[in-house]
Every structure is written in C-alpha cells, then in structure tokens.
Design a protein around this ligand. Sequence first.
Ligand SMILES: Nc1ncnc2c1ncn2[C@@H]1O[C@H](COP(=O)(O)OP(=O)(O)OP(=O)(O)O)[C@@H](O)[C@H]1O
Ligand SMILES: [Mg+2]
Length: 233
Amino acid sequence: MTLLALDGCDVFYGKAQALHRVSMEIEAGEVVSLIGRNGAGKSTILKTLIGLNFATRGRRLWKGGDVTALRADQLGRLGIAYVPEDRRIFANLSVEENLRIATVMGRRGAWNAGRVYDLFPVLRERAAQPGDTLSGGEQQMLAISRGLLTNPEVLLLDEPTEGLAPLIVDQLVEAMRLVNVEGMALLLVEQNLRVPMKLAHRQYVIDHGTIRWSGTTAELQANRGEIEKLISV
Ligand SMILES: Nc1ncnc2c1ncn2[C@@H]1O[C@H](COP(=O)(O)OP(=O)(O)OP(=O)(O)O)[C@@H](O)[C@H]1O
Ligand SMILES: [Mg+2]
C-alpha cells in the first residue's frame, strides 16, 4: 500500500521554482532515500510532504486519498512525522522533558520512552541533562526519538547523519534499521550514497528540483557511476 505520495508537484519560493513536477511515493514498511547535492530541493520535498510547503500544481496523497490542502498538524495526526535538518529539540529542557512533550503531542502506539531509551541507551544516561549539553550525535538521537514517540506510520528524516562521526553514523543506521524492521516506513534525505546504500530499499535522486532517477538499491548499484555524477558537487 502506498502511504504517502506527491503527484506532479510544482513548488515555488516567491518567483523561484524549487520543484518541477515532482512525483514520488513511499510504500508502507519501506525505507526510501532521497539523494541530491546542496540546494537540489530535498528539504523542499520533505516540507511539501509534511505540509509546510504547498504545491501550486500537483497533489499530495495519503493512502490514495487527496490531502493536498491539509496543514502540517493535520498530516501529523494522520501518521506522518518529520525530523528537520536543524533537529529542533528544546535546548533548555532535559532529554526526558523533550521526550515527554513528544509523547503528549503524539499518537498512541508501540513507541514509548522506555523503548526509545532501549534504542538509544546513551539518552537514558543523559535523561536529566538539558538538550543543548548533548553532542551532535546525541541531539540527532533525541530528535529521532521525538519523532518515534509520535508513533507515525512514516518518519521523514532530513540529513540525520550529516556532520556526525562514522561510529555514530553506524549507530544511527542500526537504529533506523530496527525501527523499520518493526514496521515504520522511513524517508531518508542524504547528500551522498553511503547511508542510503546500507539502509534503503528504493532510491530517488533529485537535481535542480527535478527527480532525475529512481529505482531499487540494486539498480542504483548497477548505475552507480551515472548517479554519482548527478550528486557530486
Ligand atoms: N525559504 C526559502 N526561500 C527562498 N528560497 C528557498 C527557501 N528554501 C529553499 N530555497 C531554495 O530552494 C532550492 C532548494 O532548497 P532546499 O533547501 O530544498 O535544498 P536541499 O536539497 O535541502 O539542500 P541542502 O542539501 O543544502 O539542505 C535552493 O535553491 C534554495 O536556495
Ligand atoms: Mg536541505
């Protein structure tokens, strides 16, 4: 079943067109990557999916129904969560308070604070510490945890591994894999192929606001040279 889709979307910032006829879909239970270089339009697509940007042409679909006009809060209640590039955790609140707010705002489901602490044990150790005392990797873990606690059916992740040390990236990859194995669909935005090749079932490559390529991870592997050119800076 297709959970979330864009169908032929144009998005503008003022007079500048950021997306051109973008179509993409996320099936229940799959990991999809959206890969592209700086300024390609990756975050714009995520914001369009979650209702922070609106398409002037095209539709947003949820489980086949037209949700083009719904706002972000309404889409959140349907079961879409979003972890933005800047992580947006509460700097002055403790880890535990950050998690509690997400729980209160979210839907009911399998994910609760205890399970999030099992997924990221370092957060349990840091439970009483303010958000801004965490390392970059720990802040990303907290941001992902806040997304999980809203118990979405699909979680949109904007460059979750950017700027993090390889060891932390590996931990995040394993955590995302576990989350997906338990049934949650993930849309993962990245600037390079490293994490998508490890984690995603299907891939979209975007450049200059246009989807330039899509296919399975095996197909990407077979066309790797051509794809690398589309995303190299
Ligand atoms: N709020 C905005 N107002 C005007 N232009 C914007 C705005 N946000 C993004 N843009 C422009 O839209 C285009 C796509 O930006 P977007 O942030 O979606 O790219 P991205 O692929 O996420 O890039 P990055 O890898 O740097 O995060 C870029 O040309 C960018 O300058
Ligand atoms: Mg971006």
